[in-house]
Design a protein around this ligand. Structure first.
Ligand SMILES: Nc1ncnc2c1ncn2[C@@H]1O[C@H](COP(=O)(O)OP(=O)(O)OP(=O)(O)O)[C@@H](O)[C@H]1O
Length: 83
């Protein structure tokens, strides 16, 4: 997997994400699986909410990203730093 993306079109980032999920580089969770949503902050890429996953008592930070090319590129390139 390349360690940086630089696509021309915003949709290319969506396609890259969908392929990464299909190839099982990333886990996929349905939004409906998250319960007890509470806002906890926001950053340059979007909002962050505290959630429970399914019926667990564990808390997770769920990041909701703005759907634009600059955000998608930033998020994906940040994720690639950890792969
Ligand atoms: N894992 C987490 N646990 C608890 N709170 C979190 C977590 N991740 C983010 N937050 C909260 O959400 C805010 C925004 O986080 P986010 O990572 O989106 O942006 P940032 O790193 O603070 O800023 P930027 O996006 O500008 O670099 C944080 O400042 C923090 O208050």
């Amino acid at each position: 997997m390349s360690n940086e993306t630089n696509f021309k079109d915003s949709n290319d980032y969506i396609v890259w994400l969908e392929k990464s999920i299909a190839d099982e580089y990333f886990n996929y969770y349905e939004y409906l699986e998250f319960k007890n949503l509470n806002p906890i902050g926001s950053g340059s890429y979007g909002n962050v909410i505290r959630v429970n996953w399914k019926n667990t008592d564990n808390f997770f930070a769920l990041k909701i990203f703005n759907n634009d090319k600059i955000t998608l590129k930033g998020v994906i390139n940040e994720v690639l730093l950890y792969i």
